[in-house]
Design a protein around this ligand. Structure first.
Ligand code: GDP
Length: 376
């Protein structure tokens, strides 16, 4: 049945097929990566209790949970509801540094294509699931993975620096790049992530050409036992770059919950004291870390969440809906989602003067509901 979904949880009645950003899920073997992936995407990829069970990446789409969207769909009696989405890749397990395997070039290539990372750390103990490859200390795993990523970036930057330093002796315009790379190599060699330090725009431009792994925003997911508390979050926060989000979840419970319909899931999580479920936090944190915001179009036909970069103008946002809307953009009618819901719908919000007119320089805000006036 495709009624309006209840407020608790989220719905995948319809999912936009053009996800905005790609996130890679990584971690040491048997930490629960595939289980997290399944819970986020509600696909059932095979999980197995042996290391390196994931050889080829699973690719899936995670709907961004959005209670405002669902509330709007309810007041508009929308036939269809379209959530914003993120694309997820469940990457093959990373080998431990101590195993001497290092990171395969192919794996690193994949990782560089990602815009952000979800890193799974294992805290759950289960005799049925071997943990030789990861251990049970999430902060040790976080340190190891950070080091692996920093070493991979340092390799690339050192090679680039060698080349650019040579060029810079003859070409002064290359000197700032050489200096930025020198500082980066220094930081990376100490095992620290590039994002743990502030860089000016010029340096960032130089770095971005190599898609460095330690510049990518990361959300750390501590996979705790079913009866564990959030005790591990602080110890992980202490070792990851400041500003990174750390979330504790029980991947297995979340996976079970994800297979239920929103109502039953709500009841299960309520009974377990899990609130809306921790996955919601993971997806929201990833969305935030990537600098993404949602704006909306609402109506009886559909209520739709669209994704733009923070700082997008009204015409850029309009272009997400249709290129004609950007090309022929005249103005946007804008109200906040809260106002639309409080009024009981867009039309009513308009009658109550809660809708304003914005021009082409308007920067779209998180939670704006927009109607684009255009002419082509
Ligand atoms: P990956 O190798 O990191 O992708 O790990 P998987 O997601 O394949 O999980 C490895 C094994 O651990 C599977 O048998 C999972 O069912 C199990 N597992 C994952 N998360 C949890 C959890 O939170 N608790 C318990 N007890 N087992 C889990």
């Amino acid at each position: 049945m495709h009624g309006t979904p209840p407020l608790a949880g989220w719905s995948v009645a319809t999912v936009s097929l053009r996800p905005m950003a790609k996130l890679g899920i990584l971690g040491l073997p048997n930490t629960g990566k595939t289980t997290v992936f399944n819970a986020l995407t509600r696909l059932s990829a095979p999980t197995a209790a042996h290391p390196f069970s994931t050889l080829e990446p699973n690719v899936g789409v995670a709907p961004v949970p959005d209670q405002l969207l669902e509330a709007a769909a309810e007041v508009e009696a929308s036939k269809k509801i379209v959530h914003a989405t993120l694309e997820l890749l469940d990457l093959p397990a990373m080998a431990r540094a101590s195993s001497g395997r290092g990171l395969a070039a192919q794996f690193l290539g994949r990782l560089r294509e990602m815009e952000g990372l979800i890193v799974v750390l294992r805290a759950f103990d289960d005799p049925a699931v071997p943990h030789e490859e990861s251990g049970l200390s999430p902060s040790d795993q976080a340190e190891e993975l950070l080091l692996e990523l920093a070493v991979a970036d340092a390799d690339v930057f050192e090679r680039r620096l060698e080349r650019i330093a040579k060029e810079a002796t003859a070409d002064a315009s290359k000197r700032p790049a050489a200096e930025a790379l020198t500082r980066a190599v220094h930081l990376l060699s100490s095992g620290a992530a590039l994002r743990s330090q502030q860089w000016d725009e010029e340096a960032l431009k130089v770095f971005r050409d190599s898609a460095p792994l330690t510049l990518k925003p990361a959300v750390w997911v501590v996979n705790v036992g079913e009866d564990d508390s959030e005790g591990h979050v602080d110890e992980v926060r202490a070792v990851v770059p400041p500003g990174d989000t750390v979330v504790a979840i029980s991947a297995r419970l979340e996976e079970e919950g994800a297979l239920l319909d929103p109502e039953d899931r709500g009841e299960l999580f309520e009974a377990l004291g899990l609130g809306e479920g921790a996955l919601v936090k993971v997806v929201k944190a990833a969305y935030d870390a990537l600098g993404l915001i949602s704006f909306y179009t609402v109506g009886p036909k559909e209520s739709h969440a669209w994704t733009v970069r923070r700082g997008a103008t009204a015409p850029e946002a309009a272009g997400k809906i249709h290129t004609d809307l950007q090309r022929g953009f005249i103005r946007a009618e804008v109200a906040s989602m809260e106002a639309v819901i409080a009024s009981g719908g867009w039309d009513q919000a308009k009658r109550e003067n809660r809708v304003r007119i914005e021009g082409k320089d308007y920067l779209v805000g998180e939670g704006d509901v927009i109607v684009v006036r255009f002419s082509v």
